[in-house]
Design a protein around this ligand. Structure first.
Ligand code: ADP
Ligand code: ASP
Ligand code: MG
Length: 465
């Protein structure tokens, strides 16, 4: 089989983890599979890079730079020594050279006290840049030829939207041309999370973007399957850190995973399903630390699980904008004015609900975008298009996901009755037309409780028949 395998940050966190990764790859090579690999940064490295880069803009000195470089050097050299001791002389200088480039860029940020989206993307791609050569060397040390490529070299061309770029259609052809010829003789090790614009400027695909890289490359090489290796046994009925008895879901549809990841299930990047879905490629989510577990299989039409509700997610920090004003009644164009004003400021709207009286529109946005959203809407108040815009930052969004809800009357009733009985006040409700998702908003302190109640109500900790 031709397989694309992606390993997340925890799966490559140290030399012992990388040993497990190499065991998995070696086994598949022995079985005759063709392999391409996507690697993330080691756990925590991207956060470190973001923190230091952003702190330099406000800093009175450049003191934060050396401790970061030193910590990255120690961590990556230790990993290299442990994972591929025979390659320290070859790869050590490559790591040092990358760190020296990184140091120079960070000094430039400090000197200018300016971090543009473009330079930020460049800096935060260093986690993947530092790690990929170590993975390549580890494979070589086991006699597996490898070729290390960055996302751009691998053929990922994106929109110029720094920090959240999207792959362009020409990726498929480029990736096929560049990667397919390598597969017979070697294992390409590709740095996740990054691509470049048509002009060759580096871009990143959003946090957790290596999942998206995996799907883009998997689609480009026409992989038989895409395997996302992580630190849990598969996609679970809820975040296992919130719901301790959450269970692994054996099979999900593309649509269900899209809904889950869009509504905060951190296990997958929200856009990572689309390229696989386009090519109808089966995706598996598996545990690097427990490879014998079958994990979760993601397919177009899941067949084996007839539950109505499959999983729950929640996003702890969102904010609500309640836009009121009788002027909106029967007046065409008000919704357009609201959405255009928000789109101009690149505010992403997560949920929308409008009362039938039309006197009120409620929107849910990322909490980090609330100030900019309020500023964007202020002119509409000034122009009398709406009367007032109220904000509420103390809210969480919960999503109930399952394609079995389509044509299963009463699911909404069951959800809101269970919440009502437990005294959880629901502030807003939204159901997508695809019917695979009912989402609602509660006070932040009620978020985990709401998830717990519904996990019990739909008996998600029990195995499906
Ligand atoms: P990786 O570094 O492999 O990309 P992430 O930390 O991004 O891993 O994603 C895996 C984590 O996602 C798990 O450790 C788990 O805590 C969290 N998670 C949140 N929701 C879910 C869910 N529904 N199913 C599985 N894991 C989830
Ligand atoms: N290293 C990047 C991040 O932390 C991408 C990824 O891990 O998928 O967001
Ligand atoms: Mg991830």
């Amino acid at each position: 089989m031709r397989l694309l395998m992606k390993f997340g940050g925890t799966s490559v966190a140290d030399a012992a983890c990388i040993g497990r990764v190499a065991d998995i790859l070696e086994q598949h090579r022995k079985n005759g599979d063709e392999l391409a690999v996507i690697v993330s940064a080691q756990r925590g490295v991207t956060d470190q890079l973001i923190d230091t880069a952003t702190s330099l803009v406000k800093s009175r000195d450049a003191a934060a730079i050396e401790p970061l470089i030193e910590s990255l050097r120690t961590r990556h050299m230790t990993t290299l020594q442990g994972a591929a001791p025979g390659f320290v002389d070859e790869i050590g200088p490559i790591i040092d050279e990358k760190l020296s480039d990184l140091r120079n860029i960070l000094h430039a940020v400090y000197n200018l006290r300016e971090l543009t989206p473009r330079s930020k993307d460049y800096i935060i791609s260093y986690g993947e840049r530092l790690l990929a050569p170590i993975i390549g060397a580890t494979l070589e040390s086991r006699g597996i030829p490898s070729v290390v490529l960055d996302g751009c070299e691998a053929g990922i061309v994106t929109t110029p939207q720094h920090g959240e770029s999207t792959a362009l259609p020409e990726c498929d052809e480029r990736i096929r041309r560049r990667i397919r010829p390598l597969l017979k003789k070697s294992v390409p090790v590709i740095m996740g999370f990054m691509g470049c614009t048509q002009e060759g400027i580096l871009t990143t695909l959003g946090r957790s973007g290596s999942d998206y890289s995996a799907s883009i490359i998997g689609a480009g090489i026409d992989a038989d399957e895409i395997w996302i290796w992580t630190d849990v046994d598969g996609i679970m009925t809820s975040d296992p850190r919130v719901i301790r008895d959450a269970r692994v879901i054996p099979e999900l549809s593309y649509l269900e995973v899209m809904e889950l990841s869009y509504f905060g299930a951190k296990v997958m990047h929200p856009r990572s399903i689309e390229p696989a879905m386009r090519k109808n490629i089966l995706v598996r989510v598996k545990n690097t630390f427990n490879p014998a577990h079958p994990g979760t299989t993601i397919v177009r039409n899941q067949k084996h699980d007839h539950r109505v509700v499959k999983a729950l997610t929640y996003i702890e920090k969102v904010a609500a904008l309640n836009i009121n004003g009788a002027q909106m009644i029967g007046r065409p164009g008000v919704a357009k004015a609201i959405f255009s004003a928000l789109a101009d400021k690149e505010v992403n709207i997560m949920m929308i609900s409008q009362g039938s009286s039309e006197a009120n529109i409620s929107l849910i946005v990322d909490e980090a975008h609330i100030d900019i959203a309020a500023q964007a809407l202020a002119p509409l108040v000034a122009q009398g298009i709406v009367r007032e815009v109220m904000q509420n930052r103390d809210v969480s969004a919960v999503a109930v996901v399952g394609s079995g809800m389509v044509g299963a009357p009463g699911t909404g009733g069951r959800i809101f009755t269970a919440l009502g009985k437990a005294g959880v006040n629901v502030m807003m409700i939204s159901q997508g037309s695809c019917e695979a998702n009912i989402s609602f908003v509660v006070r932040q302190e009620d978020g985990p409780k709401a998830v717990r109640i519904l996990h019990d109500e739909f008996r998600l900790s029990e195995a499906a028949e």
